[in-house]
Design a protein around this ligand. Structure first.
Ligand code: HEM
Length: 228
């Protein structure tokens, strides 16, 4: 069946009432919040090192030296936690043909006319785009970050290479902060989404309205449970 790859191991419809649908188990949620928290720490510590006017942010981390020491370690945590999520979710984030219509009818997405759009699987194309952008940017950040982590890796790259790495690192950091803002804004804007990452489930109405193909696939595969 076309969408079987979009069904996560915990995804289950609970009859209720009210009907709810499990979307993420506890391990995925805890890991997601580690990812989120480490990106926030990275942005704050990175900005502190980025420009003298933002140096005051080092106060959050116990001064300049501590900030410089901690920042790359936050990056290692982000990389590991994100890539655990990545390997659990990448298949559900592959683009399909219908996604093209979602992009070309973006006015209907913004206007809330989902009835005019194709039925969505577990993720809509906007979520998928952010997913792949984050995956690429995190690789760019870790690779360029290791090249300029002079405390451990100074001798591995030439000064000219380090200069390119510093620039790449800064550009990728700005882009991932933009992706982060879009991700968080969309999560709040689409009412009822946040509980997917707090309680692990969404309402049946939310799933019917925003991810109907996913809901149909769960029902079609018999992923229905009688208790909440
Ligand atoms: C305070 C910050 C954040 C909030 C409030 C937040 C909120 C959410 C919510 C509600 C979902 C569930 C969406 C759904 O199932 O439809 C989600 C999914 C996800 N989030 Fe976050 N998030 C935050 C930060 C981050 C960061 C920093 C990253 C990565 C760098 C990230 C990566 C993901 C991924 C990969 C998913 C799974 C959706 C997908 O595969 O497209 N999140 N987030």
């Amino acid at each position: 069946m076309k969408g079987a790859r979009e069904i996560g191991s915990e995804d289950t419809i609970h009859r209720g009432p009210p009907v709810t649908v499990s979307r993420y188990g506890p391990a995925k949620r805890v890991n997601h919040w580690i990812t989120a928290f480490s990106l926030i720490l990275l942005a704050l510590s990175g900005l502190a090192l980025f420009h003298p006017t933002l140096f005051f942010l080092t106060g959050l981390f116990g001064g300049g030296q501590n900030t410089r020491m901690l920042h790359p370690w936050f990056g290692v945590v982000l990389f590991i936690s994100f890539y655990i999520l990545f390997f659990q979710l990448w298949k559900a984030n592959l683009f399909i043909r219908d996604d093209f219509r979602w992009f070309t009818n973006f006015n209907d997405v913004i206007g809330g006319h989902e009835e005019r759009l194709p039925e969505m699987g577990k993720y809509n194309p906007g979520q998928k785009l952010i997913f792949w952008a984050m995956a690429l940017l995190i690789v760019a950040l870790i690779v360029s970050g290791l090249m300029i982590w002079d405390q451990y890796f100074y001798t591995y790259t030439a000064i000219e290479t380090k200069r390119i790495a510093v620039l790449t690192h800064a550009v990728a950091a700005v882009l991932i902060v933009c992706a982060f803002i879009i991700h968080v804004y969309a999560a709040f804007w689409t009412r009822g989404t946040i509980r997917a990452m707090t309680r692990g489930s969404v309402t049946g109405g939310w799933a019917w309205r925003h991810h109907r193909r996913w809901l149909r696939e769960l029902a079609g595969h018999g992923r229905i449970d009688s208790a909440e």
